[in-house]
Write a protein that binds this ligand. Structure first.
Ligand code: AHR
Length: 323
């Protein structure tokens, strides 16, 4: 009886999900139903990514079942189980952290539903649990941030640069790989000295809290702030100014993402460098989902091309960022 009730509820949820998510222009029976678990709404990157997934689904005539996990892995696992119960054609998700996915992805495989990782990666001993990962090369982003710093160290002629690092969500791919890429690149360069690395969870409010703590502890010893995303940078900036420092002069800020608000501050010279991390992954995800559904082979890893913007560049021709 309990089972029957569960099956009925799942069926009802699926039809509500499908009718709510189907674009008006689509036929009653879409060629492809994609279940997408978004990890949250923590940043302009994330909100831009959600919008781009919705836009691309409409463009490709794909029916999108979207669920926002509000920063909780448990919610993502539940959403994936609902997608399986609804028998979607393909599941996509942006894993908040790297570990803990094997069981639910084995359930998806058992149900014959292919899985695409969007943006972030997972750790698993069984690489057949997903077909493709579509997202940035986060290690390379860390490398590009460090290369900018080394160029600045050369041109300034300084023999010491003290750095504080504000990292993203613990155990997430961008947090781990941006950190590694950055510190691997400056390793062995005696001028670059880490004062402290603290976690800001990719949130604006945490960026403010972290820099308040760091300024109190190190004050004007800080030369460089390496922040793992724009949101935390935007939280840190007013605190730096309130403490009496001029960002871009007293302290150099290096950020990642390249959303409009941060780019505007880069143009003002308050942020010195931004490594782009584009959220515009929707078209790549939809094309890959279609290929998988049709049994065509897909690339195991798909990385969009990304650029570096600095306050020394002429950015007057840069198109509106869209996030
Ligand atoms: O996974 C990508 C990162 O997640 C972005 O850099 C950050 O803004 C987001 O929260």
């Amino acid at each position: 009886m309990k089972r029957k009730w569960y099956a009925l509820t799942a069926l009802l949820l699926c039809s509500v999900f499908l009718s709510a998510c189907r674009a008006p222009s689509q036929t009653a029976d879409p060629a492809l139903v994609l279940g997408f678990s978004q990890l949250g709404s923590e940043s302009s990157f994330r909100i831009g990514n959600t919008k781009d997934m919705e836009r691309a689904a409409k463009e490709y005539g794909i029916s999108l079942m979207m669920d926002n996990a509000n920063q909780k892995q448990e919610n993502q696992i539940n959403a994936i189980r609902r997608f399986i119960a609804c028998r979607v054609d393909v599941i996509a998700f942006s894993p908040i952290v790297e570990e803990g996915w094997d069981n639910v992805l084995a359930e998806a495989r058992q149900a014959g539903i292919p899985v695409i990782l969007v943006d972030r990666k997972i750790q698993t001993a069984d690489s057949s649990l997903y077909v493709s990962q579509i997202g940035a090369d986060f290690y390379q982003e860390g490398v590009m941030a460090a290369e900018y710093l080394l160029r600045k160290a050369d041109s300034s002629g300084k023999d010491r640069l003290h750095i504080v690092e504000i990292t993203g969500t613990e155990n997430s791919t961008p947090m781990k790989q941006r950190h590694e890429g950055f510190w691997d690149t400056v390793a062995g360069d005696g001028r670059i000295v880490l004062l402290e690395s603290v976690s800001g969870d990719f949130l604006r409010s945490r960026g403010a809290e972290c820099i308040r703590y760091l300024l109190e502890k190190y004050g004007n010893e800080i030369d460089v702030i390496f922040s793992h995303n724009d949101e935390m940078t935007l939280g840190a900036l007013p605190e730096i100014e309130a403490a009496g420092y001029t960002p871009g002069e007293d302290m150099m800020l290096i950020s990642i993402d390249g959303g409009q608000e941060a780019v505007d501050l880069l143009k003002e010279g308050k942020i010195s460098c931004i490594v782009e991390c584009t959220p515009m992954l929707g078209s790549l995800v939809m094309q890959t989902a279609q290929a998988v559904k049709e049994g065509r082979s897909v690339d195991r890893a798909i990385h969009p091309t990304e650029q570096v913007f600095t306050s020394d560049d002429d950015l007057s021709a840069l198109a509106p960022r869209g996030y």
